[in-house]
Every structure is written in structure tokens, then in C-alpha cells.
Ligand binder design. Sequence first.
Ligand code: COA
Length: 260
Amino acid sequence: MSYANLRVEKKDGVAVVTVHRPDKLNALDDRTIEELESAFADLAADASVGGAILTGAGGKAFVAGADIGELSSQTPVEGRDRSLRGQRVFDRIATLGKPVIAAINGFALGGGCELAMACHIRVASENARLGTPEVKLGLMCGYAGTQRLARLVGKGRALEMLLTGEMIDAQEALRVGLVNHVFPQESLLVEAESLLRKMLANAPLSLRLTLDAVNVGLEMPFAEAERYEATLFGLLCTTEDMKEGTKAFLEKRPPRFKGR
Ligand code: COA
């Protein structure tokens, strides 16, 4: 599949999706949002892909936000529709069923920060800067940023970022838990891939149901989430990979997982 504003490369089970509008610091216009939707639908359906890395083209920006040109002329109904569409696309990433790592290689602002937060794990280059500056434009987050940021870093820190609109640097993002690791820019993609490949060495259905247990379970009362976890645990007991993984351990050999 070819896209105007995305590059998608698949290699040995890993897909690298690069938002590619470098002259606009990879800002998300409507077309890019549509392309993200179609690219991630393709990755969900492609059994040869175990997980993905999402990054931005060039050395300056991951994604510098929604395209402010498009936002400037939207009517209330268009604004609501745009927000709902973006939320749906970002939810598609969050519920992919395969791990997605955001490799934040520069500015991740507004919709760019929200896009990174829709990924399961974030790693950043030393020059990365993250923030939600929508309030400086008379707007607010519209791609679930108010919800994901508060869940990731806690209400107090989230509100400071959301209400000041100020950026934080990579080290501060690491300190508050918004990113998991900081790497030199030149090794960011290699490190992101190495982290993803550690995950992909494990049973694919275990990854999928673990993602589901955390994502869905966190929105449930604790006791219900425990029962949900137990049900998913029971479901895994029906898989060939569970038999293979436990047998391989007992036979002191590496497992050969098939995703079944
Ligand atoms: N939407 C549309 N265009 C954007 C953009 C966005 N979110 N962010 C950057 N661009 C464009 C700039 O307009 C400029 O285009 P031009 O060369 O045609 O004028 C180009 O990308 C380069 O950006 P520029 O502002 O010149 O780079 P800089 O290094 O001076 O500043 C930023 C970088 C990220 C600080 C600055 O671009 C910025 O504040 N961007 C907007 C961030 C934002 O508010 N995002 C949330 C949107 S909801």
C-alpha cells in the first residue's frame, strides 16, 4: 500500500510507520489521519506483523500537532467530527492487539503527543520535547489527550501540562513516566526495535491478551478487572502456544510459538 504522508516498512515481523510531512514538522492533517487509520487496519490484519514502531520523518519532529491550518477554519460541527475521527483512529492504534512503540524523535506536541500516548510504550530521543499547547490556540486536546495524559502521569502533572501548554524535555518526560527510555537520536530506532523484538520473542496471544487486560482492566473496578484477567488467563490455557511454552521450559529448550 502506498501513502502520501506515511511511509510503512515491514521487516521480519516489525512494521515501522513514519509520519512523513517533514516540511510541516509532520503535522497531522485530515489526510494523514485517514492514512494512519488505513495503515493500522492493514497492520492489524497482517499476520506477518507482530508489532509496530511509529515515528516521524526528519530529525526535528515526531509530530508537531494537528494541522493548525485546517483547525483555523473549522465550524463547531466540523471540529467535533474531527475530534471524534481522530479519537477513533488513535483508539485503533491503542487496541491493535500487537505492541506499538512510539519512537519520539523530536517535537511531540498536541495531536503528536496524543498520538504517542495512544501507543503502548514511548521512547524518546534526547532532543525530544513533549507538550499539549492547544490552550495557546484557544483550543484543547481533542484526540483523547486529556484522558490519556492524566492516566499516564497522574491528574496533577497532566493538568499542569494541559493548562500551561508548556513543553517538557525528554528527561522530564522520563521522570514523570511519559516516556520509558531516552536514547541518543542516532540510536533511537535501533533501541526501539530491540525493545519491540524482546516482546515479539514471546507468545503473540499472550501479548495480545495482556494488552487487553491492562487497557480494558484499568477502566474497570478492581475486582471486575481481576475476574476479567482470570478469564483471559483461562483463554490462554486453550492455546497451542501455552502447551508449547510450558513444555519447552520443562524440556529445557526455547519455545517455538505460532500464535495459535
Ligand atoms: N500545523 C501546521 N503547520 C505546522 C505545525 C502544525 N501543528 N507545526 C509546524 N508547522 C509548520 C510551520 O507552519 C512551518 O511551515 P512553513 O515553513 O510553511 O511556514 C513549518 O512547519 C516549520 O515550523 P516552524 O514553526 O517554522 O519551526 P520552528 O522550529 O520555528 O518551531 C515548533 C517549531 C514546533 C515550536 C512550532 O512549529 C510550533 O509551535 N508548532 C505548532 C505546535 C502546536 O501548537 N501544536 C498543537 C496543534 S493543535
